[in-house]
Design a protein around this ligand. Structure first.
Ligand code: URA
Length: 423
């Protein structure tokens, strides 16, 4: 096959054939296609898009470039959730044990954060002793004994995506719905789940800023999952304001613990329960125990404690706390009508909760506590945010990110928590 023919076909708006897609992904992964040729093909895809058949095959080829875990012999059906990422999005932490407590098995392979949205592994690594790296046998043990595991994806899963994503990152070709959908789904399908619920975020703190592009991404990923034999549904959910009241690694674990103890902020509880119900239905367990009951009766907390212990963590150890705090006060009184997720995410990142490069460490205690949420009345001079950091030199830049983060007494443009369901 000739890579130039493939590039030219896509450049001119043609449809790639399955054999061409299989060949190009395999040859690129083996190093048999030059980076500049793959970059040209990616750019042609950015401009011309892909048909459903093309993107499903592209994803299957990336999936086939590495290992695919198989948990089909477990006594419980498997199901997982993937979020496209948001500010304060700690839902995986209460959701995985809640769904495990309701009878499904959740093989959740997660990542570390880059940029203003946090990574699930960074959050869990704030628990003393907890380790993200597990062997396939350890994963299987936790899935069998507890019903859930949250761990790092091994290097053997979808290696084509790892190489391709690094190239897209430096060639202006990340922003393409088929390429994003194929990239996310190749990794999720490789983890061996039998069903999948996607939480596609919409708003300033999300990858997708508007509902229409989020809907298109969701539809594309749902089609890829179903075309590849994994029952997949998606919820479009709000990320115009942060989720919950805490943003930052250990701060978010503490908030997840409140939810597991039967309390916590309403939006975090509601989204955990909605996603949990979708996961159980997708797993073929429609009459299972309700995740809301698992949060209320302590069974989700019990599963959490066993899951954390199985990975060396001490569920009773105090969580790390940042060395320094600063409060930001409300400049006036009024009703909070906008609290910008992106601004809060940037502030948490500048305080040390996130990383700029893959190799950077994160500060477990850093982040932002929100003292009000949209709809609340705030009083002049009362705390609006508490900033947490180990390095006080970071306060000023973080506070700058928050300068335009709130609107008082403006138009109420809040998105509903769950905007749509695609399945
Ligand atoms: N996340 C991914 O895993 N891949 C993309 O292409 C974009 C976001």
């Amino acid at each position: 096959m000739d890579v130039i023919d493939i590039i030219v076909t896509k450049r001119d708006g043609g449809e790639l054939q399955p054999g061409q897609i299989d060949w190009v992904i395999d040859a690129y992964t083996r190093g048999a296609i030059a980076e500049e040729q793959m970059a040209a093909l990616n750019m042609a895809i950015v401009w011309r898009g892909m048909t459903r058949a093309e993107v499903s095959r592209w994803t299957a080829a990336m999936l086939g470039s590495g290992d695919r875990l198989d948990f089909s012999d477990l006594p419980r059906p498997t199901t997982d959730k993937h979020s496209t990422g948001g500010v304060g999005d700690k839902i995986t932490l209460p959701l995985t044990p809640a769904v495990a407590a309701c009878g499904a098995a959740v093989p959740q392979l997660s990542g570390r954060g880059l940029g203003h949205t946090g990574g699930t592994l960074d959050k869990l690594e704030s628990i003393p002793g907890w380790r993200a790296e597990l062997s396939p046998a350890e994963m299987r043990r936790s899935l069998t004994d507890v019903g859930g595991v949250i761990c790092a994806a091994g290097a053997g899963l979808a290696p084509a995506d790892r190489k391709l994503y690094a190239l897209r990152d430096v060639t202006g070709t990340v922003e393409s719905i088929p390429l994003i959908a194929g990239s996310i789904m190749s990794k999720k399908l490789a983890e061996g789940t039998g069903s999948l619920v996607l939480d596609v975020k919409v708003g300033s703190g999300a990858f997708m800023k508007d509902t229409e592009s989020a809907r298109e991404l969701a539809r594309t990923m749902v089609d890829i999952g179903n075309d590849n034999g994994v029952r997949t549904v998606a919820l479009l959910t709000a990320m115009d304001a942060p989720l919950g009241r805490q943003v930052g690694n250990a701060l978010e674990v503490a908030e997840a613990l409140e939810v597991l103890a039967g309390g916590g902020p309403d939006d975090v509880v509601e989204l955990t329960v909605r996603l949990g119900r979708e996961m159980l239905a997708a797993a073929g367990l429609p009459g299972a125990k309700d995740p809301a009951d698992a949060l209320r009766d302590g069974s989700a907390m019990d599963a959490w404690r066993r899951m954390i212990r199985a990975q060396g963590g001490d569920p009773d150890a105090p969580l790390p706390v940042a060395a320094e705090r600063r409060e930001i006060l409300a400049p006036a009184s009024g009703t909070l009508t906008r609290l910008d997720a992106h601004a809060v995410g940037m502030a948490a990142w500048r305080l040390g909760a996130g990383r700029a490069r893959k190799e950077d460490p994160v500060s477990p205690g850093a982040g932002v506590t929100l003292h009000a949420e949209p709809g609340d009345h705030v009083r002049v001079g009362r705390p609006l945010f508490t900033l947490h950091t180990d390095d006080p030199a970071r306060f000023d830049r973080a506070a700058e990110s928050l300068t335009d983060a709130v609107t008082l007494d403006g138009e109420d443009t809040r998105l509903p928590l769950v905007i749509d369901r695609i399945g």
